[in-house]
Design a protein around this ligand. Structure first.
Ligand code: P1T
Length: 351
């Protein structure tokens, strides 16, 4: 928990000076998370958005970022409402269409930002194919791997240069710690990130690092169960007459199922579905008893939320509609409970 470390003489220390710069518990977490992504380096942050902000500060005014149009609302808000003011340019595309990626690249494009599967529509991007296009134009590829987790998908093995996590979610796994992480194999990027991590200061507390280290021990067990449960829930929702559409990459008929099967071990614990309209969605959410109505995801307990009014409310209605995030959309984070109980809860609420 120490914030500072006694020095033997001025400038003579034993590896640690001050805990914003470096801390043994944070080092242990960074080593652990680097190994999970099979990355050379990992840097831990105080939140997913703290990690994203620090990464984006490596760019310069005039640089362009091409990003997947379906991303977490907070990521959109950071790009559109904060970083644009500093002269960065952002262009949203459907990155599951490789021609759209090619067309979006300009000499100013320094980074392609992907989520896969995406939040909240569970679209899947071919990371390998996008990386090839981006690298051909001299841009780096960053994948927000929060939804997949390193257990299901390792973007660095698929050609990506940088992985970002909100470790608040599956890595922590128990809804009791907010955190973020960046992984890369690139030594020069790591050096710049390390400088900015210290200069900007979005670092996690040692206690949060310890909680994440404890939570992550069961990552594989949790995500395996969550993925199995999610598949069964998605299939049950497909059979329900009150449900207009189910979004889950493991379902036959999902447009990117084959890409998902190729680059992921299982299909993950997130499921979204559409009901008739907003009032129906609100009523359904209120009637759920096992699913808690709450933001966030990835923990042992199941959660349900309304993206348009909750996690993605910072995206203007028009852009939200364009990306396909409708008012009848409900997003589920499937936990480790008995799947029959989860289905019964959903069916009863929908009825
Ligand atoms: O909340 P924070 O740890 O700062 O992480 C932000 C973040 C980044 N990337 C993805 C894919 C995310 O889903 C999030 C946070 N998302 C939620 C809180 C949510 O309910 O979707």
């Amino acid at each position: 928990m120490a914030t500072t470390f006694a020095q033997q003489g001025v400038g003579k220390h034993q590896g640690f000076e001050y805990s914003r710069t470096g801390n043994p518990t944070r080092n242990a977490l960074e080593e652990c998370l680097a190994s999970l992504e099979d990355a050379k380096h990992c840097l831990a942050f105080s939140s997913g958005l703290g990690a994203e902000t620090t990464l984006m500060l490596l760019l310069n005014p005039g640089d362009r970022v091409v990003y997947m149009e379906d991303v977490y609302g907070g990521t959109f808000r950071l790009f559109d409402k904060v970083l644009k003011r500093y002269g960065l340019e952002f262009s949203a595309i459907d990155a599951s269409d490789i021609d759209a990626v090619e067309k979006a690249m300009t000499p100013q494009t320094r980074m392609v930002w992907l989520e896969s599967p995406t939040n909240p529509l569970l679209r899947v991007v071919d990371i390998d194919a996008v990386s090839e296009v981006a690298h051909g134009h001299g841009a780096i590829v960053c994948v927000d791997n929060t939804f997949a987790t390193p257990f299901l998908q390792q973007p660095l093995h698929l050609g990506a240069d940088v992985v970002v996590h909100s470790s608040t979610k599956y890595i922590g796994g128990h809804s009791d710690v907010v955190g973020g992480a960046i992984m890369t194999d690139n030594d020069e990027l790591e050096k710049q990130l390390r400088f900015h991590q210290n200069a900007v200061g979005a670092v996690p507390s040692p206690f949060d690092c310890w909680l994440l280290l404890r939570g992550v021990k069961t990552l594989a067990l949790r995500v395996e169960r969550q993925s199995q449960n999610a598949m069964v829930v998605a299939q049950a929702l497909q059979q329900n007459k009150a449900v207009k559409r189910v979004f889950y990459p493991g379902l036959e008929g999902h447009p990117n199922r084959s890409v998902a099967a190729r680059q992921m071990r299982m299909f993950g614990g997130m499921v979204s579905f559409e009901v008739a309209d907003e009032p129906t969605a609100f009523r359904t959410l209120q009637r759920l008893k096992i699913f808690a109505l709450a933001e966030s995801l990835g923990a042992v307990e199941s959660l349900a939320e309304h993206p348009a009014r909750m996690t993605h409310a910072s995206i203007p209605a028009q852009e939200r509609q364009r990306a396909g995030v409708g008012d009848g959309l409900i997003r589920l984070s499937i936990g480790v409970e008995d799947v029959a109980d989860l289905i019964a809860d959903l069916e009863s609420a929908l009825r």
